[in-house]
Ligand binder design. Structure first.
Ligand code: NAD
Length: 494
């Protein structure tokens, strides 16, 4: 990566942004706009449309019309595949531009952003492009006088609601399989991270995606998100975000057309370190990155460290050392390891959680403070708090910030009990050299993803989804295709 190129891109002016409906840029129906500010320095980057419920209706109607006339769904799979492959190429060709734009909008450190955002988005779109002409229907094993055919059909119009932490990556996890299966989509980016998704959709049109098949409406969740949730034109809602919004979406579905609702929600993921872990120094460094990358704003972040009581002091000290070695600062400077917290609101919330954690008996070992306030940006020191009791707020509630809560356990059974003592079940890890114990832990800890002797690091070939209040359904892998198809049985008398 080239710092000069990054600096040139960060200086570029960003034009005022509008919705993308039916292949055209359109302002909000009432002319409303909202400011887009950067967490890097608090500067105003541009404005974007503050959508209305009418804008959402226009977008869902465009998506419905595009689906009904078959301009995408009825194209031969090979044609849809070619468009999506070209789209993936365009994302790759514009990767640095997209990454820098995204970092200006949401504050993720550029090294991670480049890989996780355009890199992973291009990978997802390509993966589902390559998969789409390998999805077959089935013939059921019926008697000789009948034939049972099982068709796989697109569902219709998909509404995708995306959070601000990794908009391109998470957006592509939904757009890839939904479009591959022939659906139309309306996309609702987070109000504070819309820029890269708007650009992604422009690139889709450049690649040849027909107008109306993929639309974007920007604005507030409570307005345009609610209108999407209540829309009679949306058949499936695919959501990533908080549990509170997830609950609302289920209500919207119940109050409207009983649309299917897939929820990818938060987590309080346990990172469990046994004394027999193969390399404790390495484990400490990976543990630190497992919570602190993107300032802890990662749904699968290992936000609870459960450590074997016999190594607690040494291991925690090694994690603190690793945390203190991380350079926090301007996310577009290559030398920095950790960028900005996404917003003032998020930062204030993080600091409040730390105060509560200490008030409830936690010991603040490092961090706990805002950094670089004079820059106008929102930066925060990686924070480690030990002596967190399993029922304490810090052990139960997702902070979604750079805050690691440390507890200890005395044996495997206690580790499992603490690990499972939250409402969440997204991810986790176990560190041990004992293969049998690793397997037992993978089975016993109730999550959608478990890591063994590592944290993070999985690609698009494996599913991501949670159990409990971390959600339902899966993004990534071939399993994600199931969310965007209907099975139809044809029962034929021979
Ligand atoms: P959020 O729920 O506030 O917002 C997510 C999206 O929902 C945004 O686009 C927002 O505009 C929209 N929204 C808000 N209110 C709405 C409403 N009433 N109706 C419809 N849409 C509405 O969450 P956030 O703060 O943007 O994201 C952080 C959360 O997302 C964290 O809890 C995090 O763990 C979770 N997350 C989960 C995953 C995963 O894969 N499981 C990935 C990333 C983030």
């Amino acid at each position: 990566m080239d710092q000069q190129k990054i600096d040139r891109l960060r200086a570029e002016k960003i034009a005022p942004q509008t919705h993308l409906i039916n292949g055209r840029h359109v302002p909000a129906s009432d002319g409303g706009t909202m400011d887009v500010t950067s967490p890097i320095d608090g500067a105003r980057l541009t404005t974007m449309a503050r959508g209305t419920a009418e804008d959402m209706q226009a977008a869902t109607a465009a998506a419905r019309a595009a689906f009904e006339d078959g301009r995408w769904a009825d194209q031969p799979p090979s044609a849809r595949k070619n468009v999506m492959l070209k789209w993936a190429d365009l994302i790759e060709a514009n990767a640095l531009e997209l990454a820098v734009l995204g970092v200006r909008d949401n504050g993720t450190e550029i090294g991670m952003a480049l890989k996780a955002e355009p890199g992973s988005a291009a990978g997802s779109i390509r993966y589902y492009a390559e998969a789409l002409d390998k999805v077959y229907g089935e013939i059921a094993p019926t008697g000789h006088d009948v034939m049972g055919l099982i068709h796989k059909e697109p569902v219709g119009v998909v509404g995708a609601i995306i959070p601000w932490n990794f908009p391109l990556m998470i957006g592509a996890w939904k757009l890839g399989p939904a479009l591959a299966m022939g659906n139309s989509v309306v996309l609702k980016p987070a109000e504070t991270a819309s820029l890269t998704l708007l650009r992604l959709v422009e690139l889709a049109h450049e690649a040849g995606l027909p107008d109306g098949v993929l639309n974007v409406v920007t604005g507030e969740g409570a307005v345009v998100g609610e209108a999407m949730g209540l829309s009679m034109d949306i058949d499936v809602l695919a959501f990533t975000g908080s549990g509170a919004t997830g609950r609302r979406l289920l209500e919207y579905a119940a109050r409207s057309n009983l649309k299917r609702v897939y929820l990818e929600l938060g987590g309080k993921s346990p990172n469990i370190v046994f004394a027999d872990a193969p390399n404790l120094d390495e484990a400490a460094k990976v543990t630190a990155m497992g919570i602190f990358r993107n300032s802890g704003q990662v749904c699968v972040a290992g936000s609870r460290l459960l450590v074997d009581a016999s190594i607690q002091d040494d291991f925690t000290a090694a994690v603190v050392k690793a945390a203190e070695a991380l350079r926090v600062g301007d996310p577009l400077v290559l030398d920095n390891h950790i960028g900005a917290v996404h917003s003032e609101r998020q930062l204030a919330q993080n600091l409040q959680f730390i105060e509560t954690g200490v008030a409830e008996g936690g010991s603040l070992l490092t961090g706990g403070t805002r950094l670089l306030e004079d820059t106008g940006g929102t930066y925060m020191a990686p924070t480690v708090i030990s002596d967190v009791q399993p029922q304490a707020t810090l052990a139960q509630r997702e902070v979604f910030g750079p805050v690691l809560a440390v507890s200890s356990f005395s044996d495997e059974a206690e580790a499992i009990a603490i690990a499972n003592a939250t409402d969440y079940g997204l991810a986790g890890a176990v560190w041990t050299a004992n293969l049998s114990r690793a397997q037992r832990m993978v089975r016993a800890v109730r999550t959608g993803v478990m890591h063994v002797n590592t944290y993070g690091g999985a690609d698009g070939t494996v599913p991501l989804g949670g159990v409990g209040q971390s959600g339902n359904g899966h993004d990534k892998s071939l399993h994600a295709l199931d969310k965007y198809i209907n099975l139809k049985t044809a029962w034929i008398k021979l």
